[in-house]
Write a protein of this length. Structure first.
Length: 266
């Protein structure tokens, strides 16, 4: 696969045919080569399972509740783990309760905590007049999710350092790519902060460069955020903002060209 005119990635086709302990791709550019491996970040423990429940039980209600919004923007936050596990019945009960309650919520744009009897759970609702009318659900993050994100980054560093050790010994530049599709709890700043804390607890010397690949579900663009890049470690927020501007030029033709040291981000 050609990723640049002078950079070629040689990758293994699937996990079944890969030799144990090998990385995802070998990158060759000019006279140098690098080894790349990647892993998916969990926002918190079992977040993938929670997302499946949220998408199957909650998101369908956005369209069924839309007719009662009446030129209002409705935001609803709830904890998916609080809901009973009977999916169809839970959806039916939640829809009936919200159809009754939403029109009674004061349209002041403030959060109002409401306890439902059916299903037995707590929701936070805000309602305000808006041209962007509709009902929008959000998932309440479990307590301690920031700690769990840091622990998962520690897992990634530990696991992938072991995977890339052989390539480091061969003189290849080692690259770890972390990816996420979670735009509600994970962003470049939360990961940078968690990464900086994690690296005080675990050895990361085997990893030459670490990047976060951020591509929300359904989006046709992505950002690549440097966590460890060209010998620079623990980037501050201003540095990440500069990468945002530089990538904005590439993705959306922004006028701001960004700082010189990110002109070539490959």
């Amino acid at each position: 696969m050609l990723v640049r005119e002078d950079c070629v990635a040689e990758s293994w086709p699937d996990s079944e045919n890969r030799e144990p302990g090998t990385c995802d791709a070998i990158l060759k550019r000019g006279g140098s080569s690098g080894a790349l491996d990647h892993t998916h970040l969990n926002s918190f423990r079992d977040h993938v399972k929670d997302n499946v429940l949220f998408n199957s039980i909650i998101l369908p209600l956005q369209s069924s509740l839309a007719p009662i919004c009446n030129k209002h923007h409705i935001n609803i936050v709830l904890g998916i783990r609080e809901l009973p596990r009977g999916h169809r019945e839970t959806m039916r009960q939640l829809e009936a309760s919200l159809l009754r309650i939403i029109p009674t919520v004061v349209d002041d744009g403030q959060w109002h905590r409401i306890t439902l009897d059916s299903p037995a759970c707590e929701v936070h609702v805000s309602r305000r007049a808006s041209k962007l009318a509709g009902c929008f659900f959000h998932q309440l993050a479990p307590e301690g999710h920031n700690i769990e994100l840091r622990q998962d980054i520690e897992r990634a560093i530990r696991q992938k350092s072991k995977q890339l050790t052989r390539y480091k010994a061969e003189g290849k530049r080692t690259v770890l790519l972390l990816d996420t599709d979670d735009i509600s709890l994970i962003n470049e700043f939360t990961v940078a902060d968690a990464f900086a804390t994690a690296t005080t607890q675990i050895d990361h010397s085997c990893l030459d460069e670490v990047f976060l690949f951020d591509q929300p579900v359904g989006a046709d663009v992505h950002f690549v955020w440097p966590l460890k890049f060209r010998g620079v470690f623990q980037p501050d927020r201003m540095w990440l903002d500069e990468f945002r501007r530089a990538q904005g030029v590439l993705l959306w033709n922004w006028d701001d060209q960004g700082p010189p040291y990110v002109e070539d981000i490959t």
